[in-house]
Design a binder for this molecule. Structure first.
Ligand SMILES: [Zn+2]
Length: 301
């Protein structure tokens, strides 16, 4: 942010504009020379089990909106787990700690079904509204809570709302996390740079195109209805997968149990998984498994 006393962006000198861009930036590509088992494409499905937490984070405490999130835990998660089991598709669940505490046994059930549990904040807080110490305290508390409930210490993070602050990478490194999945500089995995220096932290990039929320969510009290028919979303995601396969790369998808878990949308996710599984050269993997592989492979260059 700039104030009238500070130089405006068009008045910045080169070290200033270059410094902003280089603070946290994409480094070397970690697209591997090959995927395990001779697979042509890696499929990284992820589910952000937010449930009631974005509503609570906004200070909304009335039952209507909370029930919309509760649906995710009560109906969405069991449907998703059955589907992933059918396709033998290990996936990653990013879970705010408060969500894990509200729904006893849920994160343990993810681990017991062969999936990964990873960090997604304490109460889906917005990191860019916090000071560094608050962000650190909440992230550490969330990691301790997930470890206690899931029996495994998380190795990765997705910042809630993909709200990556200027402190987030420092905190990721302090906690010894292996990867982040909140940034968007590539389709393929890459290493994060901090002020031009390699960090060893892997980015598994996301995109709004490969997220269910912007297509399906709406705000009851505004005229905005950014609603895409489920089969329109299927068509976009199928193209994303087909091109990822043609390029020998990564297909990563972000979904939410309270969004994708509804019948008309689970139907579409099932069709997508049918389409993916029709190729015999697909590697379904958790985000952590993909990070292990790309680091061991060393990349194409
Ligand atoms: Zn979320």
């Amino acid at each position: 942010m700039t104030s009238p006393q500070q130089p405006q962006p068009w008045q910045w000198d080169e070290p200033t504009w270059r410094g902003h861009v280089e603070r946290i930036r994409a480094g070397r590509s970690l697209r591997p020379s090959s995927w395990p088992g001779g697979a042509r494409v890696a499929v990284a499905l992820s589910f952000d089990s937010d449930h009631e937490t974005p509503t609570l984070r906004d200070g909304e405490v009335l039952p209507g909106k909370l029930s919309q999130g509760e649906y995710g835990a009560r109906v969405g998660v069991p449907r998703i787990l059955r589907l992933l089991d059918r396709y033998a598709a290990p996936s990653t669940f990013f879970v705010p700690a408060v969500s894990a505490l509200l729904h006893e046994g849920e994160v343990k059930s993810y681990v017991d079904n062969g999936h990964e549990v990873a960090l997604h904040g304490w109460i889906h807080e917005r990191n860019t509204l916090l000071d560094e110490q608050s962000e650190r305290d909440l992230t550490v508390r969330a990691a301790d809570t997930l470890e206690q409930l899931a029996g495994v210490r998380p190795v990765g993070i997705r910042t809630p709302s993909w709200d990556f602050s200027l402190s987030t990478l420092r905190i990721i490194r302090e906690l010894g996390l292996r990867y982040d999945s909140s940034l968007m500089a590539d389709d393929e995995p890459y290493e994060l740079l901090a002020d031009g220096e390699p960090t060893g932290v892997v980015e598994l990039p996301v995109e709004w195109i490969r997220d269910d929320a912007p297509y399906f969510m709406m705000d009851r009290h505004t005229a905005l209805r950014p609603y895409t028919p489920p089969r329109g979303v299927l068509s976009i995601w199928r193209d994303e997968f087909d091109l990822a396969r043609a390029e020998g790369g990564l297909f990563q998808l972000t979904m939410h149990p309270h969004v994708i878990g509804h019948r008309s949308r689970i139907a579409v996710l099932t069709e997508l998984l049918d389409h993916i599984a029709a190729s015999s050269d697909v590697w379904f993997a958790t985000h952590a498994q993909i990070v292990d592989h790309v680091l061991a492979d060393g990349g194409i260059s």
